[in-house]
Design a protein around this ligand. Sequence first.
Ligand code: PMP
Length: 351
Amino acid sequence: MTAHIRPDLASIPAYVPGRNFPGAIKLASNETTVGPLPGVRDAVADAVANANRYPDNAAVALIEALASFLKVEPANVAAGCGSVTLCQELVQITCDQGDEVIYAWRSFEAYPVVTQVGHAVSVKVPLTEDFGHDLDAMLAAITDRTRLIFVCNPNNPTGNALSKAELESFLDAVPTHVVVALDEAYFEYSRSDADGIELFRSRPNVVVLRTFSKAYGLAGIRVGYAVADPEIIVALGKVHTPFTVSAVAQAAAIASLAAADELLARTEGVIAERTRVRSALIEAGYTVPESSANFVYLPLGELSPGFAEASTEAGILIRQYGVEGVRMTIGDPHENDAFLAFANTDVAKQA
Ligand code: PMP
């Protein structure tokens, strides 16, 4: 007898991790290129020394550190095993079977998966021609089944950022019973005036999602957080799988917050490289939308698979999105130079 597995899961493609090989230049996952600071490593080592004990399931010390860093109340903060887990939990707390989740497309690849796994229905609103959110179309997509809207700002993979004014008028037009998740995974690289923490203060239906995986450089340790009205935070706690934010993750996040000035200063270097890479790519004849994140997007259309394959052959791993485009993470200057050299080759241009 074979086990009964939910038949609808068959339509979710299995996650295919990017190909990796020794010596490859890895510009596929929007990571930072530098490892944790010594103080963060020490905090991790201390946590490991007590690894026989369960972590604090309420993550009190981390939540308090985040609350004071963000100038919100501890009751406004929830931690998760990466912010992707919080995306999943948001579907779980808002949607009954058949309810609708709206998001732009293309956007973060986890949205369709967490929506379907949560028995909800995806309503994908195409990006504008210049690869930004079509907020009017997203508003028009709201029905009486809409429960949740993801707004990825800056958007992964296209890099565009919405302004504060654009977001404010959007949020003011969304019915207040619909939860809006402002996914700010790349907030620290954005110089847009939009700051979800400011926007959530007067709006009980707004949830801000951020992560330690990007600018704070802890992608391998898995910790992210949500900031929202206490009612939403309490609900998130109900669906939270116990102990999924490990003691190591909590300790690393607290130590990273303590070093926030040093870590955030690094984003300036990434932004300078982003500007340099984008200009060089434009000069080489590519279309590159302006990016507010730690990556750039090349809308290569049908040429995307060939370009990505040739890039891999050249030892540089990037992310391909079907026949729409490719995304290249901003790495160290020498890694970026290697990508630019590849992008200037005939094989890349004729991909
Ligand atoms: N949101 C967006 C837009 C992302 O790109 C990512 C990571 N790729 C995440 C959330 C999740 O990050 P993590 O789970 O590592 O916190």
